[in-house]
Design a protein around this ligand. Structure first.
Ligand code: RB5
Length: 147
């Protein structure tokens, strides 16, 4: 199950990706926003990120104008490794090496075709499980305790 959220800047792209997930037969929940009216990304991004962090959702995809605001928001929540992505290589590596559990996309940055490719790759790529990558992820997540 995939958690989705956007602000107004990512609203249209979120709807495009919902169509892709429907085509792929993947279940999702949209944590808002529900209209293209101006709103604050933090509220909606945090709701989706908390749902991933607590294990209710396996992955999440966030959308705002640049993806940056949503990326900052998600990475403030303990347990989240959110990647801001606008290319296919990063989409694959963020899963294979970093075991990213959230993806942030910029609705004003990437076109629909590229965004669909990125989401496809990101969802299809597994974490390699290599010891060195596991070690680095533990080091990374420990920063939540040590600052
Ligand atoms: C909204 O104008 C815009 O700032 C927002 O969508 C996002 O790009 C923030 O990072």
């Amino acid at each position: 199950m995939i958690a989705l959220a956007s602000d107004h800047g990512g609203f249209a792209l979120k709807n495009e990706i919902k169509s892709l997930l429907d085509e792929m037969g993947l279940a999702y929940k949209d944590f808002g926003t529900d209209t293209p009216d101006s709103c604050d990304y933090v509220e909606f991004g945090a709701k989706a990120a908390r749902a991933v962090a607590c294990g209710e959702f396996g992955k999440g995809i966030l959308f705002c104008g640049t993806g940056a605001g949503m990326n900052y928001t998600a990475n403030k929540i303990d347990g989240i490794r959110c990647v801001l992505c606008s290319d296919c290589f990063t989409a694959a590596m963020s899963r294979e090496h970093n075991d990213a559990n959230m993806l942030a996309l910029g609705g004003r940055v990437v076109g629909v075709g590229l965004a669909r490719m990125i989401v496809n790759i990101w969802l299809d790529t597994r974490f390699s499980g290599d010891e060195r990558h596991k070690r680095r992820i533990v080091e990374l997540m420990n920063l939540e305790k040590t600052g």
